[in-house]
Design a protein around this ligand. Structure first.
Ligand code: DC
Length: 202
């Protein structure tokens, strides 16, 4: 099974680059953050507080989610709602719950194995979900560029807060996996970065 892991902070270019790599290699593309956002949306809708780990773990286990070009929660297309500010504000706390992570990591592995491989992007793909991935990439970009890329759907304060929570949580924080190749995407074209990643494949 061929897995390419692409991790990095908000606005590092993960989604754009991972989609383009998947297109080049003809592999399925999976945005693992969508799974965390689905659980966060379900929690917001049901009024479950981020400080209730048991309820959130039960929710992550119970909900039906389909992840693809469109994303569904219990059969309803929620793709557009996943970017809502209230989901963005809840998602880091939801993603810090150990039980939620265990269940979503299980779903991510299943998703890739059912499809015979994937280009998967997130925060812990190379470090936790697929430690044996064929290639692990950690994308970065300057703070200014990251804020510019995300300014349409997230304020600089929300972005900084989410980064801080994602990097300092106790379970699977955002870290550079030991054998990951770090690529700074500041000022570089998507094609250029994709060329560099594809050249890493044996
Ligand atoms: O990639 P994104 O910004 O849509 O991810 C939303 C949140 O989900 C992010 O703030 C942290 C969490 N996340 C995670 O903890 N682990 C992943 N593999 C992907 C996302």
């Amino acid at each position: 099974m061929r897995v390419i892991a692409i991790d990095g902070p908000v606005g590092s270019g993960k989604s754009t680059v991972a989609k383009a790599v998947a297109g080049r290699l003809d592999l399925p593309y999976m945005e693992s953050g969508a799974m965390y956002r689905v659980v966060a949306l379900a929690a917001v809708r049901r009024g479950i507080d981020p400080s209730e780990p048991d309820a959130l773990t039960a929710l992550a286990t119970e909900v039906d989610m389909q992840i693809g070009d469109r994303v569904t929660l219990d059969g309803e297309d929620v793709t557009d709602e996943l970017r809502a500010p209230e989901v963005g504000r809840a998602v880091s706390a939801v993603a810090a719950v150990a039980g939620v992570r265990t269940e979503l990591v299980r779903r991510q592995r299943e998703w890739a194995s059912e499809r015979g491989g994937a280009v998967m992007e997130g925060r812990d793909i190379g470090s936790v979900v697929f430690p044996d991935a064929e290639v692990k990439v950690f994308l970065t970009a300057s703070a200014g560029e990251r804020a510019r890329r995300r300014e349409l759907d997230e304020t600089a304060d929300d972005l900084a807060r989410r980064d801080r929570l994602d990097s300092t949580r106790a379970v699977s924080p955002l870290i550079v996996a030991q054998d990951a190749v770090v690529i700074d995407t500041t000022g570089r074209s998507v094609d250029d970065v994709v060329d560099q990643i594809v050249a890493l494949l044996s």
